[in-house]
Design a protein around this ligand. Structure first.
Ligand code: NAD
Ligand code: MG
Length: 373
């Protein structure tokens, strides 16, 4: 019953077309009957919570938002025309409990609401960390599902309001009722995800690929690549300003092209000199030793070592996290960048609001301490 579809195959380039066998669900695959007459408790009213709650309500689903008595978000819920209760009261009224508080506080909140889960209810998540690593162990008679929009909450809400969709992931960890998947699909439809497409995955795959991606490539990998390039130029006597432009500022132009049209559009858009240099020198920088390091990072995700470390770090009040964050803030590239961005502030006028908002999003998501609300 528990993530039986998981296998531990290693990637074989010769079989890479297998990567295309993912199942994708759309509006016509979802049946709103599975959610229509149910009450959904949305726990948390942050990035995902406010979007799921309002989209569900606008789709005709009965929604109650669960927040602590002293939560500063309570007024916002009422202003948005939704009911608010404590997490325990909300879970008590609900058939589906959507757990959208920060991942680090979910085990504590779950401990409070656990007794409110009746047989046949659903625990619904937007990320698999706590279930996959055993920090939340749901009773056997409830469904455990995931609908994870691949986007920050404000876009989930905005897309819905504009009759557009947000792609998402669907996973069923535990199917006690035999209807877990249909209900999850109906939930995905109600928040607008099936308009764009919902890719079927497992809690394990979602959690492990998410952690690996943010550690090795997106957050950890890219910052270290930028800093290493910057340091190499500055150590060789080039000006910090030039190093900043070449290694950090231009990153956005390159990533935008890859986002629009894949690596090919990027290669097509840069000069032949950049293309030849990149094609011949890139592999020398990201060589087999980097791939071995990535393998190590992936192993620590797979064997739970990273999860244990992060859980212990939180229990200890985040000492290493604070220290690392401070060191990163003090890197010379940050001071140089602040100065240069001030000089070029005019360039931001008329910048598309998506970029502006997603930059705003970062602190609220990443600086949220366990006790925050
Ligand atoms: P968030 O930090 O934006 O919001 C969490 C909200 O939870 C807060 O605003 C507050 O209202 C509430 N809260 C905090 N502590 C609480 C407590 N002790 N009791 C009750 N309520 C409390 O969180 P988020 O980014 O929306 O993340 C929610 C879930 O969605 C996580 O599992 C996350 O991994 C997942 N997710 C987030 C994104 C994203 O882009 N932000 C994308 C996909 C999935
Ligand atoms: Mg992530």
């Amino acid at each position: 019953m528990t993530d039986t579809t998981d296998t531990n195959e290693t990637f074989d380039a010769a079989d890479s077309t297998d990567a295309f066998d993912a199942t994708v669900y759309y509006d016509e695959d979802a049946d709103s009957d599975y959610i229509e007459d149910k009450t959904v408790a949305v726990l948390g009213y942050g990035s995902q919570g406010h979007a799921h709650a309002q989209n569900l309500a606008d789709s005709g689903v009965d929604v109650v938002v669960g927040l602590r008595e002293n939560s500063s978000s309570r007024d916002a819920v009422r202003e948005d025309g939704l009911r608010v209760a404590t997490p325990v009261e909300a879970a008590g009224q609900a058939d589906v409990v959507s757990v959208l508080v920060p991942d680090t506080v979910q085990p504590a909140v779950y401990g409070d609401i656990e007794d409110e889960l009746d047989a046949g209810d659903t625990l619904q998540f937007a990320h698999g960390f706590n279930v996959h690593y055993g920090q939340i162990e749901p009773p056997e008679d409830v469904d455990v599902t995931m609908i994870a929009p691949k986007s920050p909450g404000h876009l989930v809400r905005r897309n819905y309001e504009h009759d557009e969709g947000t792609p998402g992931l669907l996973a069923v960890y535990q199917d006690a009722t035999g209807e877990a998947k249909q209900e999850a699909l109906a939930y995905a439809q109600a928040i607008g995800c099936t308009r764009a497409g919902v890719v079927e995955t497992t809690f394990r795959e979602e959690t492990e690929t998410d952690l690996f991606g943010e550690q090795a490539v997106l957050c950890g990998g890219i910052t270290e690549l930028i800093e290493a390039g910057y340091e190499t130029l500055v150590d060789a006597g080039y000006s910090p300003e030039m190093a900043y432009f070449e290694c950090l500022n231009e990153m956005k132009l390159i990533v935008d092209l890859m986002y629009e049209g894949g690596l090919g559009e990027m290669w097509d858009s840069v000069s032949d000199t950049a293309e030849y240099g990149g094609l011949t020198r890139g592999e020398a920088v990201v060589d087999d030793s980097v791939r071995e390091n990535m393998q190590d990072v992936l192993e620590e995700v797979q064997n739970g070592e990273f999860a244990r470390e992060w859980i212990t770090e939180n229990q200890a009040g985040r000492p290493a996290y604070r220290q690392r964050r401070l060191a990163e803030q003090n890197h010379e590239i940050e001071t140089v960048g602040e100065h240069l961005r001030d000089l070029f502030a005019w360039a931001d006028d008329g910048e598309d609001d998506q970029t502006a908002e997603s930059t705003d999003e970062q602190p609220s998501e990443s600086e949220k301490a366990p006790a925050d609300d």
